[in-house]
Write a protein that binds this ligand. Structure first.
Ligand code: F1P
Length: 346
């Protein structure tokens, strides 16, 4: 079995380890991380880790109520005036699987040199790499490290760790309990996730893919797009579903596959968008919560009764399989994606 498939399939058990290790790691640093109602949380990353930052910012703000923003690493040191708050305490989660990506290290160094109001917390899968030594504090998930170039379990585990921290900061034990259901839910769901991903990935008639997600799920749609692009170079894009009609829907043909992440709160709106796509000849599918059925759309129901907030990472393995199986169908090696390396050093 190749690395990529092994790591996609390892998510159920790696999630369990992340959920058991994060609270104690965060517990060891929370006293030195100033969190007040005025604290601004900044989420920083590059590539996959930036899309992770986007989802994390939404998830954090929705339970803490604190202002949260996500920024590509480069915009910390190249556009700080518009991305790094100056007059309030800031906790900057600097996210990097490798902990050696140049821009993330440059961002962390820049913050420590120029912004005394900022406390940096590294989120990484390599406790032995530079980022973990550079930031003021760190949460390390070495069990989620990968040999593959493309990030799969590292994405979902670092996001899950940030959700576990958000639930702790917000004193939401109920959400922590919901997160603890996810490893088992993925266990019972993984076969249907794989079958769905295989079918949609192998479909030779699809020549472009569009992923739709709103709020915290927008970062998931972005990451699903990046996975497919990295592993297969297939034309693909991502949008907030309600934005899709405002121009981008012009690309839809009968070779277009539109896959949406539907939350309970937005399912009826997503259904309307997919209905319009279908009328234009597009192929549509929705990943939906239990009990939400969308007529005229291929549904893949995610198991469990957890909240939209807690369910976030459960959508991702499906998209990992879509990209993985499309790569195989195109005769490509998912472990050796074109033009890419595990880490970008500039
Ligand atoms: C981020 C990243 C990945 C990309 C490739 C190169 O790495 O850009 O998003 O898929 O692997 O590195 P990191 O900073 O999270 O290690």
């Amino acid at each position: 079995m190749n690395y990529t498939l092994k790591e996609i399939r390892n998510q159920s058990s790696s999630w369990e380890q992340t959920l058991s290790e994060t609270p104690s790691q965060w517990g060891g640093i929370e006293q030195s991380v100033p969190v007040t109602p005025q604290t601004h949380f900044l989420f920083i990353g590059s590539g996959t880790s930036f899309y992770l930052a986007q989802s994390a910012a939404h998830l954090f703000q929705s339970v803490t109520g604190n202002p949260c923003t996500a920024v590509p690493s480069s915009e910390v040191f190249l556009a700080a005036e518009s991305t790094v708050p100056k007059n309030q305490p800031v906790v900057a989660f600097t996210i990097s699987r490798s902990g050696t990506t140049s821009e993330v290290l440059m961002a962390a160094e820049y913050l420590q040199r120029n912004h005394s109001n900022v406390t940096t917390v590294g989120i990484t899968c390599h406790s032995e790499h530079t980022l973990a030594y550079l930031t003021g504090h760190r949460v390390t998930l070495d069990h989620a490290a990968e040999q593959s170039v493309v990030m799969t379990q590292s994405f979902t585990n670092m996001l899950l760790a940030l959700q576990s921290i958000a639930a702790k900061v917000a004193k939401r034990q109920d959400l922590l309990a919901e997160l603890w259901q996810l490893p088992k839910l993925l266990g019972v769901f993984s076969d249907s996730a794989q079958q769905f991903g295989k079918a949609w990935g192998e479909a030779a008639e699809y020549n472009q893919y569009i992923f739709l997600g709103l709020g915290a799920y927008y970062g998931l749609a972005a990451e699903a797009t990046l996975k497919l692009k990295e592993m297969t170079q297939t034309p693909c894009e991502y949008y907030n579903p309600m934005e899709f009609r405002h121009g981008p829907i012009s690309v839809v043909t009968n070779g277009t596959a539109v896959l949406s992440f539907a939350a309970r709160k937005d399912a009826s709106y997503v259904q309307g968008v997919l209905r319009d796509v279908h009328k234009l000849g597009g192929n549509t599918a929705a990943l939906t919560p239990t009990g939400v059925e969308m007529a005229g759309v291929q549904n893949l129901t995610l198991p469990g009764e957890v909240s939209d907030w807690s369910r976030t990472v459960l959508y991702m393995p499906v998209m990992h399989y879509v990209a993985y199986y499309r790569a195989l169908a195109l005769g490509l090696n998912p472990d050796r994606p074109r033009n890419l390396s595990q880490v970008v050093i500039i």
